[in-house]
Design a protein around this ligand. Structure first.
Ligand code: UD1
Length: 364
């Protein structure tokens, strides 16, 4: 079975690592890796290949940053040539970034079966580019691997045949389990001056939070308010860094006083911070899942989530981006307020094994 695995942007790397490792165990699978180059900075891309022991991509498409239309089109054009050359039996895409949709669409047009890992997640908010990517990728996929039961319902409602859907668990958690040992050895807390001190971990990169300067400034002020009570570690995504730089008067970085900023971190250092954080404030998708697994409280600075199981069973609270809510949510956690939580079904570190088992069965 000839499989082309696709990655493009940061969250894809974590998801593909356990899958590629699992595929390599089987001599009947010829697995190659295509990196679209949607993310390209060392700390947004290459460091993850090192930290996660992902083999060097067989093909690198170097599409880079552009508008959604141009980026998606560039991936499609470049990936089409790859498929023409490689003629695989299957294309595997993960997550919900532009590269995910672009490659799924190209493969579907060439009548090459597509497997979508992390299918069926829905925020029901089509202003999120990822939601459009999820909906369309699932429509053109032949095998849909889901992380939770709600995703099965979403897909059935959209007319996807039950026989295509496989509930296998969460490769994000596989990835976390694989990197835990390495993370225990990281000295990132020493480097950031956090050793032995309680701290909260912050990440922000959604256009809905960072692209509007008024909103961004309010969120930063709320985080600064929280920083009066404990240290804040904030690895800054390039999109956010650019927006912070262009905030009027940000040279004095008033909003950032008391917050420890770093460039984006690699997988091992980031996981080390996460495992030791008192709580997390984020707009990331993957972090909502990882905090649930690690039983660390998470405040999600969004109005909705495509991962509702992290709220119903896990440690996640959808807090929005109102500063009073953010500070109030943080204070409750600092006051020790906790609820009973559970780790969702099949989030056990073995999702990649189940996926590869299904692939081998389907293609036998
Ligand atoms: C993308 C994904 C998002 C994912 C996020 C994780 C889409 C629609 N969005 O958003 O789902 O959560 O990745 O990071 O696919 N940039 C760099 N260096 C890089 C990459 C980007 O400096 O290596 C800068 C560029 O200025 C670029 C901006 O970041 O324009 C945004 O990058 P882009 O890939 O368009 O979207 P993300 O916000 O990263």
């Amino acid at each position: 079975m000839k499989v082309v695995n696709v990655v493009g942007a940061r969250p894809n790397f974590m998801k593909i690592a356990p899958l590629v490792a699992e595929m390599q165990k089987f001599p009947d699978i010829h697995a190659s890796l295509v990196h679209t180059g949607q993310h390209y900075d060392f700390e947004m891309s290459q460091v993850f290949f090192q930290d996660l022991d992902i083999p060097k991509p067989d093909i690198y498409l170097a599409v880079g940053s552009a508008s959604h239309a141009v980026q998606t089109a560039n991936v499609m054009t470049a990936f089409d040539k790859v498929l023409e050359q490689e003629r695989p039996d299957l294309v595997v895409v993960v997550g919900d970034v532009n590269s995910t949709l672009a490659c799924a669409l190209v493969a579907a047009k060439r009548c090459i079966p597509v497997a979508h890992v992390e299918a069926g997640l829905r925020s029901f908010d089509r202003t999120m580019p990822e939601e459009v990517n999820r909906l369309l990728t699932d429509q053109v996929s032949d095998l849909l691997f889901v992380t939770s039961a709600d995703a099965i319902d979403n897909l059935l409602k959209e007319g996807i045949a039950r026989s295509k859907i496989h509930f296998v668990g969460n490769v994000m958690i596989d990835s976390l389990c694989r990197s835990r040992e390495k993370a225990l050895k990281s000295d990132v807390r020493e480097r950031m001056g956090l050793n032995g001190q309680p701290f909260a971990l912050v990440t922000l990169h959604r256009p809905s939070n960072v692209d509007d300067p008024v909103r961004l400034r309010k969120i930063l002020e709320a985080i600064r308010e929280v920083s009066r009570h404990l240290k804040i570690a904030f690895p800054v995504h390039p999109r956010t860094a650019e927006r912070i730089r262009s905030l009027e008067g940000s040279n004095s970085t008033r909003e950032l006083d008391g917050i420890i900023l770093t460039p984006p971190l690699g997988r091992v250092d980031f996981l080390s911070l996460l495992m030791n954080a008192a709580f997390v404030m984020t707009d990331s998708g993957g972090l909502q899942e990882e905090t649930t697994y690690l039983r660390i409280p998470c405040l999600t600075l969004r109005e909705n989530t495509e991962r509702p199981v992290t709220v119903t069973l896990g440690t996640n609270t959808i807090i929005g981006n109102d500063p009073a809510q953010i500070v109030g949510g943080a204070m409750k956690i600092l006051d020790g307020e906790r609820r009973q939580t559970e780790i969702p079904e099949l989030w056990d570190g073995h999702a990649a094994e189940r996926i590869v088992e299904v692939l081998r069965r389907e293609f036998r």
